[in-house]
Design a protein. Structure first.
Length: 417
């Protein structure tokens, strides 16, 4: 692990480790929340090759630009060679990205002459939606296994990291998209400069990031993991864009996507600045600042305790509990809360790439929903809580038969029919 890089947003290179330097007037990047050593969230383990490798997870705050971030870096090859997240794994995301392509095609009046470059294109879900509307597309996806899925689906994809060297070989495009990728980027300033490089003069950069104000408000500390290097608030985000010569001109908010997602629109000119940007920045003001993060860091251990106790109470009553979904964030939730096989029989997940593996650290086996149906639990711990509505609707029969869900956030609660 390497650490102590400059602030990912503003470049400030002064770090301090001491809690005594929590005073906001101190101009440094300071540690705010220590989650201990945890396994890599997306690294599901194969039977027979259990490693139990864990890495420190500490959240920092930059007093200079207010960016919330991790400072300890796990080498990226360890994180992204075999990526098990598939955009197409949920109906919600398929529909979200179809509407995304529709809205952007209309907004920019895209034609067959225009091209879209999607950075972190995953299995090509978004680009396919643009292809259906006749737009030329190119995906960039460093994870070989998901890039191949996109290629097989007819989406041209470069299996490479997006950097200036690569960008110099690409033609300028009308639209660059990057969804749920910017939080993963180590060199954010370099990344944004690269985006600016490939963007045509009237181009638009559109991206989605989980909104840190939602993570804090919703208590969803399981969104914090090694792959998520940055937790975006609007102020530091707009500043980082500006330093790359891009202006945050518009915003949309999707409260049900990944627990609260911002879609940002950035262009080379600030001429068409939407009032929404100022409105949302004002709304965010006290929700993602130093004090909000400090309160959050004090709530997190208490919540973890509360969830574990609730599940142990159910076990004492003889209830059978399983996990619903095996998202990356489940690795964090289960390990941080110490919820292992003594509590969960298994986690059911629809992604074939995940089935047969186990959640690292806690070693909870991931099974298919078909297998889960042969041994249904009394309670499902909703690990994929961001798809709450989709899942509760889909599991109506389980609920009608007396099954229940434990929903971990914002505070652990039991949901029945
Ligand atoms: P997701 O929350 O999208 O991602 P992350 O890994 O970034 O936390 O992952 C949701 C997981 O839940 C994914 O592996 C698919 C699974 N899932 C189900 O098993 N059943 C469902 O009905 C839904 C909606 C998702």
């Amino acid at each position: 692990m390497s650490s102590w890089l400059p602030c990912r947003g503003c470049g400030l290179s002064e770090f301090s480790l001491g809690a005594s330097l929590w005073a906001p007037r101190h101009r440094a990047v300071v540690p705010m929340l220590n989650m201990g050593s945890l396994p890599l969230a997306n690294r599901l383990e194969n039977p027979g090759s259990i490693s139990d490798k864990a890495y420190p997870l500490v959240v920092y705050y930059c007093h200079n630009c207010a960016l919330i971030q991790l400072a300890d870096l796990v080498p990226r090859d360890e994180m992204f060679t075999e990526y098990v997240y598939l955009t197409s794994a949920s109906k919600t995301m398929m529909e979200h990205f179809d509407r995304y392509a529709e809205a952007l095609s209309n907004r920019l009046d895209l034609t067959t002459r225009d091209s879209v470059l999607d950075v972190g294109s995953n299995d090509g879900t978004l680009l396919k939606a643009f292809q259906r509307r006749g737009v030329r597309v190119l995906g960039i996806e460093p994870a070989q296994n998901v890039a191949s899925i996109a290629e097989q689906g007819g989406v041209p994809t470069l299996t490479e990291y997006f950097d200036l060297e690569l960008a110099k070989k690409l033609e300028k495009v009308r639209l660059v998209t990057a969804n749920n990728i910017m939080s993963h980027v180590g060199n954010l300033r370099g990344f944004l400069a690269t985006v600016a490089h490939v963007l045509g003069p009237d181009g638009l950069f559109v991206f989605e990031v989980p909104w840190v104000a939602d993570v804090i408000r919703n208590n969803s500390f399981d969104m914090i993991y090694h792959e998520h290097l940055t937790y975006f608030g609007l102020k530091p985000l707009a500043r980082a864009l500006r330093e790359a010569g891009l202006f945050l001109v518009d915003l949309e908010y999707y409260p049900t996507i990944h627990g609260g997602t911002l879609r940002g629109f950035a262009s080379r000119s600030s001429d068409e600045l939407s009032p929404v940007v100022r409105e949302m920045s004002t709304r965010e003001e006290k929700e993602a600042d130093f004090w909000a993060l400090k309160d959050f860091s004090e709530r997190v251990p208490k919540l973890a305790h509360q969830l574990r106790n609730m599940l142990l109470g159910l076990k004492k009553e003889g209830k059978r509990i399983a996990g619903y979904g095996a998202p990356a964030k489940a690795t964090i939730l289960l390990n941080y809360c110490n919820i292992g096989r003594n509590i969960l029989d298994y986690a059911s997940d629809t992604t074939p790439l995940k089935q047969g593996k186990s959640i690292p650290g806690v070693r909870v086996p991931v099974v298919s929903p078909q297998l889960a149906r042969t041994k249904p639990p009394d309670y499902y711990l909703l690990l994929a809580w961001n798809f709450r509505e989709e899942i509760l609707t889909k599991e109506k029969e389980f609920l009608d038969k007396g099954g229940r869900f434990v929903v971990p956030f914002p505070n652990p609660e039991v949901v029945d029919s």
